[in-house]
Write a protein that binds this ligand. Structure first.
Ligand code: PMP
Length: 403
């Protein structure tokens, strides 16, 4: 069934450099099915109005659809309540918001633990908090292309107040044992923050099962539009957390001298939100649910199991990440001996194969891996074994061309 879904994605049906497009840049952003595109158009064609404030029919319809999208997100990640689901611009904004909470509670004797495989959006905001509060930022390093759990256990102590780790690395592709890490964090009284940008689109996420205190993800990496994302936070923490932005929508009363805040989740959503984006994210969730997250995960597993042995056979190809494929999601970072990854990506593009090259917003990781850049192929549910074959073929052609 999943082999037949490319037709739902108009953008995939095109010729690039005289070759049919093989889109393998899904860790950067994913393509959108027709159902998501038509929800966007329909919203602007029939319902467009500002939310929450109006009593006219369109405003009520827009509000109902916006809040229905929040409920879809709640169910998707199994949050207890829609009060725990905040719409943001994306993972970066969500993680920045968490660090505003950290600003509120950290002091100079406290510690923050993150890992060396984090995306810049889960590093830089913590550096800022550390600078502002005097808290110490500690990194957990790797073993066999995965988080070194012994190092993690050693780094998390009673001084640790926040542990913030990616569920899935956007370079190594490794799936981190968040539930286990959250248990360790909680034993020491620390909050567990999860960067779910690369997991939420690809596997079942249950924030209660993981026992995450905060969980961040982006709509555009899961077939939704850009400019919409989510921050999940446990209700009792969001109650303690100050709003990040101030203005309309988030207030209860405004006096000349001060103001009071409205209730969750709207306390955090100042100004006119990305209404169409949220509704379209809801449509993306409907589409993902119609395929089944277990089926999506299984499909990507099969692609990885199919392509990895073929890649391993290529002489001069270095692969990064876990050796055990079972620990890997659909992200494969690689380098071809003697070639700059930008040249590799350009050569692959000439074959119609879209991959990314660069530091993937993970400079500390690449420095740790002792490489300035890598190429990266990343799969999603609409990719096929033919796409895998095309990738391998294009890499072999590239090798031949440059040799
Ligand atoms: N974390 C990870 C692991 C990511 O892969 C990305 C996107 N590349 C982000 C955070 C940031 O997501 P966004 O740009 O959508 O805010």
């Amino acid at each position: 069934m999943l082999d037949n879904i490319k037709k739902d994605f108009p953008v995939l049906n095109q010729i690039v450099n005289d070759e049919p497009l093989v889109y393998l840049d899904n860790a950067a952003t994913t393509q959108k099915p027709l159902s998501v595109l038509s929800v966007l158009i329909d919203y602007y064609k029939t319902d467009n109005a500002n939310v929450h404030r109006g009593v006219h029919t369109l405003a009520e319809r827009a509000t109902a659809k916006y809040e229905a999208a929040r409920e879809k997100v709640r169910a998707f990640i199994n949050a207890k309540s829609t009060k725990e689901v905040l719409f943001t611009r994306g993972t970066t904004t969500s993680l920045n918001w968490v660090t505003r909470f950290a600003d509120q509670i950290l002091s100079a004797t406290d510690e923050i633990v993150i890992s060396i495989m984090e995306h810049h959006s889960n590093i830089v905001p913590w550096q800022q908090v550390a600078e502002a509060t005097g808290a110490t930022l500690k990194f957990v390093y790797l073993k066999d292309g995965m988080l070194d759990m012994d190092d993690l256990r050693a780094k998390i102590t009673d001084k640790t107040k926040f542990v913030s780790i990616a569920h899935v690395s956007n370079v190594l592709g490794v799936i981190n044992p968040i539930k286990e890490i959250a248990e360790i964090a909680h034993t020491h009284g620390a909050y567990m923050v999860v960067d779910g940008a690369q997991s939420t689109p690809h596997m079942k996420v249950d924030v209660q099962e993981l026992d995450a205190d905060f969980f961040a993800f982006s709509g555009h990496k899961m077939m939704g539009p850009t400019g919409i994302g989510v921050l999940y936070g446990k209700e009792e923490l969001l109650m303690q957390m100050n709003p990040v932005e101030f203005g309309g929508e988030m207030i209860d009363f405004v006096y000349e001298s001060h103001s009071t805040w409205t209730e969750l989740p709207w306390k955090f959503e100042a100004g006119t939100p990305n209404i169409a984006g949220a509704i379209a994210l809801g449509a993306a969730i409907d589409y993902i649910n119609s395929l089944g997250l277990d089926e999506i995960h299984q499909h990507e597993r099969e692609l990885i199991d199919y392509v990895m042995p073929k890649l391993l056979e290529i002489d001069g190809l270095t692969l990064y990440g876990p050796v055990d494929n079972a620990k890997r999601s659909g992200v494969i970072a690689f380098n071809l001996e003697g070639l700059h990854p930008h040249d590799v990506a350009t050569a692959l593009d000439m074959e119609g194969v879209a991959v990314r090259a660069g530091h993937h917003c993970a400079q500390p990781l690449l420095h740790y891996l002792d490489t300035p850049a890598t190429a990266r192929a990343s799969f999603y549910v609409y990719n096929t074994k033919e796409d895998c074959d095309k990738l391998v073929e294009a890499i072999l052609k590239t090798k031949e061309f440059f040799s």
